[in-house]
Design a protein around this ligand. Structure first.
Ligand code: ATP
Length: 496
């Protein structure tokens, strides 16, 4: 028998995600809303399982990390202090002929990649460096000239008829208050991190937290992305899973390394293979950071960021201290061996880990999506299935009576009912058993439990394993324990 595995395209993945209830375009009956998506009946389970694994990896595995759930709306001054009002911009440029809008930096990055791929890495790097310099100095006219001198054309119109480059703030704003006159502008948070910083003292004091400690949060974030393509990779409404780790100044480098490595382990533990994961160290750092690295996954469209690990210094807490006039300090009673006195009061430094739940979903889904051609002599079969880590699979077990009659349906239903309280189980008695196996393969159910005539004699059922299609005979009394063990989130946590 020969099994040939096919390469997947993003189109295959989008199609499968929609057809099997994972991801739908938002408000599709009105032709959708660009860069906004809804999770379907299977998608929500997968996403919840990913969030649960992350949450437990943070709060359950670490005594010194606790979680919060802060609101999406925050006092508008938050965003002045964080630098988002003035600095959360992307440079945009329009093509006058096609009326299409682009990110100026992405046009130049694509050109640099073209140079690199054609063997002239030096030229590609030089272009990136020049772009970084011009954007850093806000020399937007020169950025436009660079786009023109590089001969970059709009892929739609094919012309270089470009407008000027303008900075575009990515924050969505709205009004709070019942009448327009009373209203004031507030923002939909573009990151969850600030909700953690403003609660730093609340958590530290009420939880009697001692440095080093972390605060984690999962929640929605909103960015008015200029170019939103690649499915759920870049959305205008998305979900972040962030953890801010507060440390003593001077110790940030070691914590940064620790979190970089721990987070990589997490991605491997959920089933992303090592050769499809990559660190991309930032050469050019944001003004507040002293080190930054992205964890990238190899999507069908190339290596792209799924998570950022940033050593953010004391920038955020210091800025909130300045704008709120409230002290954002921690008293460290530990004795400094160099001075023989306590470290005393300081504004802690922060190491951040920030991963997008949706990008992680896309990575896990792309990785799981498997299309095979199985050749056995003259017999050629196509098989598509989702090879999720069992702890991530939306449905853990499907109970399938071979036929409905002769009491098999009742036995199968009884088994399904007995498993329901332990893990997500479905019962299915429609169509031939082979078709029902395929149905479960297509949504990634790791275990199918077949009830046949022998079951009535021996109280055993057949478990069919998704990835190998191998079958084994198991007593009904052992099902709950065996499957519970295999699908438990512990399987992931133990690997971190
Ligand atoms: P990019 O460079 O791809 O725009 P970023 O560097 O702006 O990402 P961060 O601000 O570091 O991203 O956000 C942390 C994480 O949040 C990212 O690693 C990503 O997983 C997720 N994320 C950011 N923007 C989006 C978006 N528009 N849609 C989905 N996920 C996003």
């Amino acid at each position: 028998m020969n099994i040939q595995t096919h390469e997947n395209t993003l189109q295959d993945i989008i199609g499968h995600a929609k057809e099997y209830g994972f991801v739908f375009p938002s408000s599709e009956i009105y032709d959708g809303l660009q860069a906004v998506y809804d999770y379907g009946q299977n998608g929500v389970e997968l996403k919840n399982n990913l969030k649960n694994a992350w949450w437990k990896a943070m709060t359950q595995l670490n005594d010194n990390i606790v979680g919060i759930d802060s609101s999406i709306f925050m006092h508008p001054t938050t965003w002045e202090a964080s630098g988002h009002v003035d600095g959360f911009n992307d440079p945009m440029i329009d093509n006058k002929d096609s009326k299409k809008r682009y990110r100026a930096d992405q046009l130049l990055e694509a050109k640099a990649e073209e140079y690199t791929l054609s063997g002239d890495k030096e030229k590609g790097d030089a272009l990136l460096q020049e772009m970084g310099r011009l954007l850093g100095a806000e020399e937007l006219e020169a950025v436009r000239e660079l786009i023109i001198s590089e001969g970059i054309k709009c892929p739609v119109s094919g012309t270089s008829n470009w407008t000027e480059v303008r900075q575009f703030n990515l924050m969505f704003s709205t009004q709070v208050g019942s009448v327009a006159e009373d209203s004031s502008t507030i923002y939909l948070r573009p990151e969850t991190a600030q909700g953690i910083f403003v609660n730093f003292l609340n958590v530290q004091k009420t939880g009697r937290m001692k440095i080093p400690f972390g605060i984690s949060q999962i929640g929605k974030a909103f960015r008015n992305e200029i170019v939103a393509r690649q499915f759920i990779f870049r959305m205008r409404e998305f979900e972040q899973m962030e953890m801010q780790f507060f440390v003593r100044p001077g110790t940030q480098a070691e914590w940064y390394e620790k979190w970089r490595d721990t987070r990589l382990k997490f991605h491997k533990a959920i089933g992303l293979p090592a050769d499809k994961l990559n660190f991309h160290v930032h050469e050019k750092l944001a003004h507040y950071a002293d080190a930054a690295v992205d964890i990238e996954y190899q999507f069908p469209f190339g290596f792209r960021e799924i998570e950022g690990i940033h050593s953010r210094t004391d920038f955020d807490l210091r800025r909130h201290q300045e704008f709120s006039k409230k002290k954002m300090q921690y008293f460290d009673p530990e004795v400094n061996p160099e001075t023989g006195k306590p470290f005393g009061n300081y504004v802690p430094y922060v190491v951040e880990t920030s991963v997008g739940a949706d990008r992680l979903f896309l990575a896990a889904f792309s990785q799981a999506f498997t299309k095979e051609t199985i050749t056995d002599g003259d017999n050629v079969k196509e098989r598509t299935y989702l090879k999720f880590h069992p702890a991530l699979a939306p449905i853990k077990a499907a109970v399938l009576p071979l036929v409905k009659k002769d009491g098999l349906a009742e036995i199968a239903q009884e088994i399904a009912d007995s498993l329901k309280s332990s893990f997500r189980t479905v019962y299915d008695d429609s169509a031939a058993i082979g078709k029902r196996y395929t149905r479960q393969d297509l949504i990634g159910t790791p275990f199918c439990i077949a009830v046949d005539f022998e079951t009535k004699e021996d109280n055993c059922v057949t478990i069919r394993h998704r990835d190998t299609t191998e079958q084994e005979r198991v007593p009904i009394s052992e099902l709950k324990e065996r499957i519970s063990k295999a699908v438990a989130v512990e399987r992931i946590l133990e690997e971190i």
